[in-house]
Design a protein around this ligand. Structure first.
Ligand code: NIG
Ligand code: FE
Length: 421
């Protein structure tokens, strides 16, 4: 493969960097580097050059090379692909019956206590073959690629026994080997306590530690380890035990924290040097102080607080205190049945009061950091992987989160190839 693409006459090239940063924090999140009337030169899957159209002839591009495919993007914008650092998109079936229960007044926790929620998805997944699970998940992957996502983290956690957790992780690996987007896998055996262990949770935790983690590590099926550390799910002590076991096998922590309560999850994540702590609806001054003194990326999932009607995480307060913030979709059947990162940007602006520049940083470079890929993804920089999308004709980058219901993505380029699904 030796594809060379030159995108010319780009109305605005968004999120360009000459010196790459791994994350963007505090006040700097309101800054966004853009080049108007720009070109972008891609070869062999890598961004080689970009700049103003008036400099096109001064660069190294062999403009008369017949191999070069020119794309005219006049009136259009080019963005780095979205990085979605938190999803559960490998699942079986769907849970719209619980959606109706919620409308009738049941809370997420009440539904979970009645055997709905995560346990409902676990039962469905158990009855679904690996092949069928792959087919269902592939539909969602094609969908998010068309919606502009170029890197995605996917969690297990609807298996809740050795065989079914491995089934999920194998499906994630097959996705990684079959699609052009970047994929990171997270082992989330501690997503819920399975039905048959409700009165012997210690035994399930032993199963995670002694049986699941060693096999997963030996087959190299996961990059990260996650725990749903919150009221009604896993305690701090249990979370610490599980994280330590995973870390012994080289899995980095990334945890679900402080969604339902001030549960100490953020502090635990920071203590174990988690790459990210995610959800964070219940974040106060103590949690912010801990995060400021850490390398952990606070990751907010406004799709799930919107869908469940929870209070919103205090994004403004976090950014104003100097923290970086990443946004991700949480694509899953129970709390956020959408992987649409453009909609997540809109929710970031509308619900979390983040500025358009802040949400763009949050869904690109900062969410790349939360997947440990911000050196290669998440901005338009020379040497980075050529994952970008071209919009339809739109007036400005602010138009993307503003026009919250419109499909504005025209062309998707992943690893330097134009992708069509
Ligand atoms: O991130 N909070 C925990 N887990 C998922 C929801 C999973 C489900 O309901 O299926 C989440 O929101
Ligand atoms: Fe989640």
């Amino acid at each position: 493969m030796n594809t060379a693409l030159v995108i010319v006459n780009i109305r605005s090239l968004i999120q360009t960097e000459n010196n790459v940063r791994t994350k963007i924090s505090g006040k700097e999140m309101a800054g966004l580097s853009i080049i108007n009337d720009a070109f972008l030169y891609i070869r062999n899957g890598i961004i080689l050059d970009f700049g103003n159209m008036s400099d096109l002839e001064l660069g190294d591009i062999p403009l008369d090379d017949p191999e070069i495919i020119y794309i005219n993007a006049s009136g259009k914008l080019v963005f780095p692909s979205f990085c979605d650092s938190h999803t559960h998109l490998v699942y079986a079936g769907s849970r719209e019956a619980e959606f109706t229960d919620k409308i009738r007044g049941l809370s997420y926790e009440e539904i979970a206590r009645r055997g709905g929620g995560i346990l409902n998805s676990a039962a469905r997944l158990h009855d679904t073959s690996e092949e069928e699970l792959y087919q269902q998940s592939s539909v969602r992957i094609r969908e998010i690629i068309a919606l502009g996502t170029g890197a995605v983290e996917i969690k297990s956690g609807y298996g809740l026994d050795v065989e079914d957790e491995l089934k999920m992780l194998r499906v994630i690996r097959r996705i990684k080997n079959s699609f052009p987007l970047e994929v990171k896998a997270t082992f989330l055996g501690a997503h819920a306590i399975p039905k048959n262990y409700l009165n012997k949770r210690d035994e399930y935790i032993d199963l995670i530690i002694n049986e699941m983690i060693p096999v997963i590590a030996s087959e190299d099926l996961a990059d990260y380890i996650d725990v749903f550390c919150d009221r009604g799910f896993y305690t701090i002590e249990e979370t610490e035990k599980i994280l330590m076991a995973g870390m012994k096998y080289g899995l980095t922590a990334k945890i679900h924290a402080n969604e339902l309560d001030y549960s100490g999850g953020i502090q635990t994540g920071v203590k174990y040097n988690a790459l990210s702590v995610d959800h964070l609806e219940c974040t106060g001054d103590d949690e912010i102080a801990m995060l400021l003194d850490s390398d952990t990326m606070p990751t907010l999932l406004p799709g799930s607080s919107f869908f469940l009607g929870l209070k919103d995480p205090p994004a403004r307060k976090m950014i104003d205190a100097g923290l970086p913030v990443a946004l991700a979709s949480d694509y899953n059947p129970g709390s956020s049945p959408s992987g649409n990162m453009k909609l997540i940007m809109s929710l970031g602006c509308i619900k979390l009061r983040m500025l358009p520049e802040e949400v763009i940083n949050a869904v690109t470079i900062n969410s790349a950091y939360a997947m440990d890929i911000s050196r290669t993804h998440g901005s338009i920089a020379r040497g980075k992987v050529a994952n970008v999308f071209i919009t339809k004709e739109i007036p400005s980058y602010e138009f993307m989160p503003y026009a919250f219901g419109s499909d504005l993505i025209d062309t998707v380029i992943l690893k330097g190839e134009i992708v069509k699904y």
